[in-house]
Design a protein around this ligand. Structure first.
Ligand SMILES: Nc1nc2c(c(=O)[nH]1)N[C@H]1C(S)=C(S)[C@@H](COP(=O)(O)O)O[C@H]1N2
Ligand SMILES: [Mo]
Length: 410
């Protein structure tokens, strides 16, 4: 009598000492079809070394983007978080960190696309996991991929001032950054040994994977070319010598009244009538010995100072310009403000997020922190903040308050 052989189950295989992956394969392998079949993704570029090299490039750009993003975030915190406050020099620092932030984010877009393409067959891997540790690794892919796509898309949209959403961009972009970096650290931890192997000198010398079609080297050249193309066509928004190449940048750093771009025009800020008032005055009050109210003629008669300073918009463009006006520290001294004065700079603008900003002590005391009356040799244009605007070194553009009407010493 022939006893029917019982089908061996995953449990039998595991008891026989097989790994989870092999046991699944033995029991269910015959079901693997369509995208789950071994030969479903024929390109030879779904390859360990391709994924590792792209992963390394992406990791570097994400970390650069994250750290420079933190600089920008902390630069915009209120004075009460003083230990995080920005120094006033070197004057070019924020321009560089914010330029790197936006450029590394833009460069990451083609990198992420190619990386996702190189690894996407793993979504259909059969069996889905080989061992229990992989469950954690696979689940952490969800916040990593979803968060990365969200950060790059929302950041890019922000550079174009396009807000197709209801949430607050800065808050959401900031907190999601931690989700992505946390998931990235977990991912690097899980992949560190594979990555080491795939990036080793030996793997570099190894022949191209078998098959036809684009080679690994060809893919790297094409991806590098895409990164170079998106960088060179946008970075001119902040790197002046490349301005003529910046065909994909939302801003050209030399296009605007008096050769400087404008973010919020006087009409949009509803200040046109307020600034045309002949009785326009600058008030200096708060923690001062004598409150001052100075008319425009009085301001123009005071000693003027000149400085070359950049406006660096958080959106990624920056423009250097020549400014002339009053040193804030001279005005503070006139009013008898204490040495450790911090200042809230108020605009005459009645509504809007950026109608005031704060000066910490280093900024308030810096010789180049000006209330400017002139820009590039002319009286300030209304859209640049006529009659008076703040301009100071090493500071995000959102804090370069226009149409200033009051310095409140605190
Ligand atoms: N009162 C006021 N000041 C403001 C703004 C504003 O909306 N209102 N926008 C800020 C932003 S976001 C930037 S980038 C700079 C731009 O200055 P500009 O228009 O002279 O180039 O002004 C800043 N000062
Ligand atoms: Mo800005």
């Amino acid at each position: 009598m022939v006893r029917p052989t019982r089908r061996r189950t995953v449990g039998d295989e595991l008891r026989a000492g097989r790994t989870l992956g092999d046991a699944m394969e033995a029991d269910f392998g015959h079901l693997a079809a369509g995208p789950f079949a071994d030969d479903a993704f024929p390109s030879r570029l779904h390859d360990e070394r391709v994924s590792a090299v792209l992963g390394l490039a992406l990791g570097i750009s994400f970390i650069a983007c994250f750290l420079t993003g933190l600089v920008s975030h902390f630069a915009q915190q209120p004075l009460s978080l003083g230990f995080l406050s920005m120094p006033a020099s070197p004057g070019w620092l924020y321009r560089v960190t914010q330029g790197v932030h936006v450029a590394s984010g833009i460069a990451a877009i083609p990198l992420l696309m190619v990386k996702l393409w190189s690894v996407f067959p793993k979504l259909f891997a059969f069996p889905a996991v080989e061992n229990k540790a992989q469950i954690v690794e696979r689940v952490s892919i969800v916040p990593l991929v979803a968060g990365s796509i969200f950060q790059l898309f929302s950041g890019l949209a922000n550079t174009a001032r396009w807000y197709p959403w209801e949430f607050n961009f800065t808050v959401t972009h900031y907190w999601t950054a931690y989700v992505v970096i946390g998931a990235l650290v977990a991912h690097i931890g899980a992949k560190v040994s594979i990555t080491r192997r795939a990036l080793s000198a030996e793997a570099r010398r190894a022949p191209e994977p078998p098959g036809t079609g684009l080679s690994r080297r060809g893919l790297f050249v094409a991806t590098g070319g895409a990164v170079a193309a998106v960088t060179l066509t946008t970075v001119g928004q902040t790197v002046r010598p490349l301005k003529d190449l910046a065909v994909l940048a939302p801003r050209r750093p030399d296009v605007g009244p008096q050769g400087v771009p404008v973010n919020k025009a006087a009409a949009g800020a509803r200040v046109t009538e307020l600034i045309a008032d002949p009785g326009y005055t600058l008030t200096i009050d708060g923690r001062v010995e004598r409150e001052l109210k100075l008319g425009l003629d009085e301001l123009r008669a005071l000693p003027q100072h000149e400085a070359d300073l950049a406006i660096t918009c958080v959106e990624g463009w920056s423009a250097g310009a020549h400014w002339r006006g009053l040193r804030v520290r001279d005005l503070l001294a006139m009013a008898g403000a204490p040495e450790d004065a911090e200042v809230v700079v108020h605009s005459i603008q009645q509504r809007g997020a950026y109608r005031s900003s704060e000066l910490n002590v280093p900024h308030a005391r810096h010789a180049d922190t000006l209330l400017a009356l002139e820009l590039n040799g002319e009286v300030l244009h209304v859209d640049h903040g006529y009659p008076i605007r703040l301009i100071a070194p090493n500071r995000p553009g959102v804090q370069q308050t226009k149409w200033v009407s009051r310095l409140e010493v605190i």
